[in-house]
Design a protein around this ligand. Sequence first.
Ligand code: SF4
Length: 91
Amino acid sequence: MSKDMMFYCIPQQAYMRTENCMNLRKRPAGKAPAGAQPMLRACEKCTMYPLVDKKKVPTVSLGDYLGGDKPKIANLQAAANKKIIQAIIIK
Ligand code: SF4
């Protein structure tokens, strides 16, 4: 996926880059070692990220976003999306 794709992060209620979502999740959960930033609570509890990883969230390019376009909000209740989300909850 292009680095410069924007999506709407539902847990954080914010537009962000798909790559940022992946980077945020690489942070240590709970107590972070000195100098490191801990994972955000929103990311710790997030069930939406598999949709980001699988490119199932609506996106717009960063260029379009800066031009005023906003990505649609993913429908977490859609059957196909629920299935993807369910897969990580069961794990
Ligand atoms: S992991 Fe979840 S809460 Fe964190 S940025 Fe990605 S979608 Fe948002």
